[in-house]
Structure formats: structure tokens, C-alpha cells
Design a protein around this ligand. Structure first.
Ligand SMILES: Cc1cc2nc3c(=O)[nH]c(=O)nc-3n(C[C@H](O)[C@H](O)[C@H](O)COP(=O)(O)OP(=O)(O)OC[C@H]3O[C@@H](n4cnc5c(N)ncnc54)[C@H](O)[C@@H]3O)c2cc1C
Length: 383
């Protein structure tokens, strides 16, 4: 069969951008995306499921929409990746590739913390967010604890955004004065990779709202009967409602393929996302990129997006025999939802040496509207 086969594993943030960009740059080659789920789910809007501004189905769109653009979509479970043979198994069927882009994200692993799923509600799935929304609407006052159970986790801004959203929800339902909101985390400051300035900026947003920040906490287990978070070297933290960020690990099939390195994620070239295997790129949450300050690049959709564009240009240049394109330079940005129709914004270069350089904008109505517009743009552009 003439032409090259470029396979994209995963139809999340990195996968849909990579497939679109590859198709755009390489009209004559075959681009096929594979995902176990029938629909793409836009996590940028997940915080709005918490406050009821969106339902889970409103932030999803069928991946079959890709087929109308000429991009192949196969729904199936990727059960094996064999880089030496240039093949993957999908639902047990072997498929060959010339170039492979792996964007299979992170598996959520609440079972790694004893008592967690029995004692709390998962803030990182649409089902969990829908349940958390219902529980918060019915909440009659008490202690809401947001437990960040393990590092690393995707979207380091999410627990802080969610705490601010919960503050607004409890104010609206009239129970804020008889409630406490506390974030329990190992992190020494909010969003540590972005530097002390960013940490102070986030604290200056949450502390005036009365949201407590308990840093340096290693969570060992949850006691669902006693309703408390058990810590390694501290007293248990009581809760009436526990909402949690679950432990993450690299997608199972990626681990089983032997692609992961130290720390359990896949080491890649920071500028190209290339792995040690020929024609195999790993992007997004699955990738491990060590920054000049020895911390790891955070796992976030914005980076998956940038990685996807980078590998598309890399692969297109290789196929067309053109010079290597400009490498990815570590730029990234994110909105920070506050919950009252305003949002903040941060932008920076995470590859900067010796530390990432990040600038933040104060929350405002316009930034929230920009985030809403970005959601519309996303579905229009990629699905
Ligand atoms: C609550 C929440 C809010 C967030 N908000 C933001 C935000 O505002 N901004 C931001 O930048 N980031 C945000 N993120 C982070 C962002 O969602 C991730 O960093 C991003 O999705 C990573 O993209 P990815 O392509 O690597 O993986 P994913 O988007 O997770 O996609 C992985 C895909 O692979 C599929 N898959 C996995 N294993 C298999 C298999 N074996 N076979 C077939 N398919 C498989 C999955 O079904 C999934 O569709 C948020 C995350 C959460 C949970």
C-alpha cells in the first residue's frame, strides 16, 4: 500500500491535536487514531462540572467526527506496543505503523491509597465530579477536605481552582459560615514547579476566602468509618466530605511495553518528544521531561497540546525529507478558574534555565470569557 501509516494512540488532548495536525501537514499519508472510548472528553471544562455549569455529556464529542475530516478512527483497547516490530495490538489484532505517537495519558489509581474510594469522591473523573456537585449542593455544613494523594498529578492548578469553586458554591447555598475547606497535600506550595511567585499568587487568592492549605502532608490511608485522612507524621485530618485527587500512573500498556524509565513515566527528548525507539514519540501526561531545576515538567493539557504540534512537525519533516523543525521550547499557559465568573491566567517558559519563568494575570471576567471561548474553539478546531 503506498504512503506511510502514522498511528496516534489515545484520543484525549494530545491525541486529537496530533491527529489533526498530522493530517493537515501530510494529506497523502494515512493518519489513524485509536482510543478505547467512543468520545473525546475536554478536561479543560471539567471544573465546570463541579459547579454545575456543564454536564459530562456537554464536554464530550464523538471521535467519529475525525472520520469526516479524513482521519481514521478505530475504537479499541491498545493491548500491546511492540516498537521493535513497528506494530501495536488493538483488541488482540496486530496493526503495523511507520510512525507512532503515543498519547495514552495517565491511569488513575485510587486503589493505591487504602480506604480512598470508599471514603471519598474522585475529582478527576466526570462521574466523580457529577457526584461531588450533587454532594456539595446537598451539603449542610462541616469540613470539606480536598486530598491531593500522590505526586505527580495532572493539572496542578485543579485542586486550587476546585477549592475556590467550592467556596463559591457553599456561599451560594448559605452554608459557608458553618463550613471549613482545607487542601491537604505534600506540595510545599501550590504549583511548586512554577516557582515561589506563582505559589504566593495562588495563596493570595485562596487564603482571603478562608481556604486552609496544609502542605508537607504524606497521606497514608483514609479511614472511612472515622472520616479522617491519615498522615505519615501528623494527626489525622477529620472530614465530613472528602474529595480527592487520585494517585496517577503511566498507562498500563505503556508500562508493559517497557517504555517507562525511572519514576515510572517515559523519558523523551524535551525538544522533539522522541524516545529511544525509532519513529516512536511519546507525548502528554505519559512523557517524563526533566527541567533544568531538576523538577519534572507538569502534566497538563497545554503541554500535551504543544507536544502534539511538535511531533506532527517532526514526523512531517522526516517524511518529506525536510530539515528538522524548530524544537519545542517549553512554553505553556493556563487559566485559573475562581468560581464567580472570573479567572486568572499564567503563562511562562518551563524550560528556562535555571528556573521556569512564569507570569500571572490577576483574575477578571474577561479571562473567564476567554476560557469559555477556548472551549468552543477546541471542539470546532479538533472534532
Ligand atoms: C479535573 C481536570 C481538569 C483539568 N484541567 C486542565 C486545564 O484547565 N488545563 C490543562 O492544561 N490541563 C488540564 N487538565 C490536565 C489534562 O487533562 C491532561 O494533562 C491531558 O488530558 C493529557 O493529555 P494526554 O493526551 O496525554 O492524555 P489524555 O487526554 O488523558 O488521553 C488519553 C487517552 O488515551 C486513552 N487510552 C488510555 N489507555 C488506552 C488503551 N490501552 N487503549 C485505548 N485507549 C486508551 C484514554 O481513553 C484517553 O482518551 C485537567 C485534568 C483534570 C483531571
Amino acid at each position: 500500500m503506498p504512503g506511510k501509516t502514522i498511528m496516534v494512540l489515545g484520543g484525549g488532548i494530545g491525541g486529537v491535536v496530533a491527529a489533526n495536525k498530522l493530517h493537515h501537514l501530510l494529506k497523502n499519508e494515512r493518519v489513524t487514531l485509536i482510543d478505547r472510548k467512543p468520545a473525546h472528553s475536554f478536561t479543560g471544562s471539567y471544573v465546570w462540572i463541579l459547579n454545575g455549569k456543564r454536564t459530562a455529556s456537554q464536554v464530550e464529542k464523538s471521535l467519529s467526527a475525525l472520520q469526516k475530516k479524513g482521519i481514521g478512527f478505530t475504537r479499541g483497547e491498545v493491548t500491546a506496543i511492540n516498537p521493535k516490530a513497528g506494530k501495536v495490538d488493538v483488541d488482540g489484532k496486530e496493526m503495523g505503523y511507520d510512525y507512532l505517537v503515543v498519547s495514552l495519558g495517565a491511569d488513575l489509581d485510587p486503589g493505591a491509597v487504602p480506604g480512598l474510594s470508599r471514603g471519598g469522591v474522585n475529582l478527576f473523573t466526570t462521574d466523580g465530579l457529577t457526584e461531588a456537585h450533587r454532594k456539595l449542593r446537598e451539603f449542610s455544613g462541616g469540613r470539606v477536605v480536598i486530598a491531593v494523594t500522590r505526586m505527580p498529578y495532572k493539572c496542578p492548578a485543579a485542586p486550587y481552582e476546585m477549592a475556590m469553586i467550592i467556596d463559591k458554591m457553599l456561599r451560594k447555598s448559605g452554608v459557608r459560615e458553618r463550613s471549613e475547606i482545607e487542601i491537604v497535600t505534600w506540595e510545599p506550595q501550590p504549583m511548586p514547579v512554577a516557582g515561589p511567585m506563582m505559589g504566593r499568587a495562588v495563596l493570595s487568592m485562596i487564603e482571603p476566602m478562608g481556604i486552609k492549605f496544609r502542605s508537607g502532608s504524606t497521606i497514608t490511608a483514609i479511614d472511612p468509618e472515622e472520616k479522617s485522612v491519615l498522615l505519615e507524621n501528623d494527626e489525622p485530618v477529620p472530614f465530613d466530605l472528602l474529595l480527592y485527587v487520585p494517585p496517577h500512573k503511566c498507562a498500563q500498556v505503556v508500562r508493559e511495553a517497557g517504555l517507562t524509565g525511572e519514576g515510572g513515566w517515559v523519558p523523551v527528548e524535551p525538544g522533539t518528544l522522541a524516545t529511544s525507539h525509532e519513529n516512536l514519540y511519546v507525548i502528554g501526561d505519559a512523557a517524563a521531561i526533566k527541567l533544568p531545576n531538576a523538577k519534572m515538567l507538569p502534566k497538563a493539557g497545554v503541554f500535551a497540546h504543544k507536544h502534539a504540534e511538535t511531533v506532527a512537525h517532526e514526523i512531517a519533516a522526516a517524511i518529506k525529507g525536510k530539515p528538522a523543525p524548530k524544537p519545542y521550547g517549553g512554553e505553556g499557559s493556563c487559566f485559573l478558574e475562581v468560581g464567580d465568573g472570573t479567572a486568572g491566567y499564567a503563562r511562562g517558559n518551563f524550560y528556562a534555565d535555571p528556573e521556569p519563568v512564569v507570569k500571572a494575570k490577576k483574575p477578571g471576567r474577561l479571562l473567564h470569557l476567554e476560557k469559555v471561548a477556548f472551549e468552543k474553539y477546541w471542539f470546532w478546531k479538533y472534532l
